[in-house]
Design a protein around this ligand. Structure first.
Ligand SMILES: [Zn+2]
Length: 303
């Protein structure tokens, strides 16, 4: 397994400067190269996120292609950094800019098991933690398996041809993990910001859900309202929606379909610390035969 050359630290930072836009930069994984069409597809995916998130931060991603097995389209390794929960909660409150943020901050738990929060380095920066400049935030690998062929651009009508997979959509999905759509359910690592909005379903009064196999709802009002359900980790990784409604962070993608950012995805990124502008319209994607998985792996910072 490759290891990201990361050395990240959490420290204090002042208030954010004037509003700019999110910038996502990408470079080939060392020793790899990208075709012009592949670079263009990844640039389109980055632009899709840059159009809905407004934090003045730069996110650096390494990308490449290799065979990821028989049914994996893409996977992301993230740089994870931890901070005390009290510090994260305070910064989420300072960073609140939307109605969803206000609700989310008002319903944050008083404490979390373990007492600390593990963030992707990109999310940490969006919340206002200082991370060293120039470090790679994530590494994204797309499959090179010829049985899972990518289409690097969409058809004139916006669709994807039968039997082909939407490279732009898969890239948007993997970038979503890098930005912080990550759960640590099923691992002994600290809760993530997203795990603060993962409630036991259908009995949210029982509290946060942090067990593999447990039905879990996405709720920003302390479990009173379920906005969606998360994958339970038994088959699909818990760092995904369950797939019950079409959304970018669903765990699988069918060939011949487009996958793109939906308002639900934006709400999740919003409450974990990103500032948002206008969400893209929801995509009308249906899961069908030819499903392939979108995997997530994690790398942790070495102390
Ligand atoms: Zn995924």
């Amino acid at each position: 397994m490759s290891r990201l050359p990361l050395l990240l630290a959490i420290g204090a930072i002042g208030l954010a400067g004037p509003a700019h836009a999110l910038t996502i930069t990408f470079d080939p994984i060392a020793g790899d190269s990208l075709t012009g069409a592949e670079s263009q597809a990844f640039g389109a995916a980055a632009a899709a996120w840059e159009s809905v998130l407004t934090d003045p931060v730069t996110v650096s991603i390494a990308i490449g292609f290799r065979d990821l097995g028989s049914n994996i389209l893409g996977q992301t390794s993230i740089a994870e950094v931890t901070a005390p929960y009290s510090s994260v909660a305070a910064r989420l409150a300072l960073d609140a800019t939307s109605a969803a943020d206000a609700t989310a901050v008002a319903h944050l738990p008083a404490a979390v098991p373990g007492g600390s929060i593990a963030m992707t380095s990109a999310d940490a920066r969006a919340i206002g933690f200082a991370t060293p400049a120039g470090a790679i935030d994530a590494q994204i690998e797309f499959t090179s398996n010829p049985a899972l062929p990518f289409q690097t651009s969409r058809n004139a009508g916006g669709g994807i041809s039968a039997g082909m997979f939407d490279l732009i959509g898969v890239a948007e999905h993997e970038i979503g993990h890098a930005l912080g759509f990550v759960s640590n359910v099923g691992s002994d690592a600290a809760y993530t910001p997203l795990d603060l909005f993962r409630y036991q379903s259908p009995t949210p009064a029982a509290g946060l859900s942090h067990q593999i196999g447990e039905a879990a709802s996405f709720s920003i009002d302390g479990g009173q309202t379920s906005l969606a359900t998360f994958a339970d980790g038994n088959f699909y990784q818990p760092s995904h929606w369950s797939g019950s409604v079409p959304a970018l962070m669903d765990p699988a993608l069918a060939s011949g379909t487009v996958q793109t950012i939906t308002p639900l995805d934006v709400t999740a990124l919003d409450v974990i610390g990103w500032d948002t502008s206008v969400p893209e319209p929801a995509a009308a994607a249906l899961l069908a035969p030819g499903l392939a998985l979108l995997a997530l792996t994690r790398r942790r910072r070495r102390a």
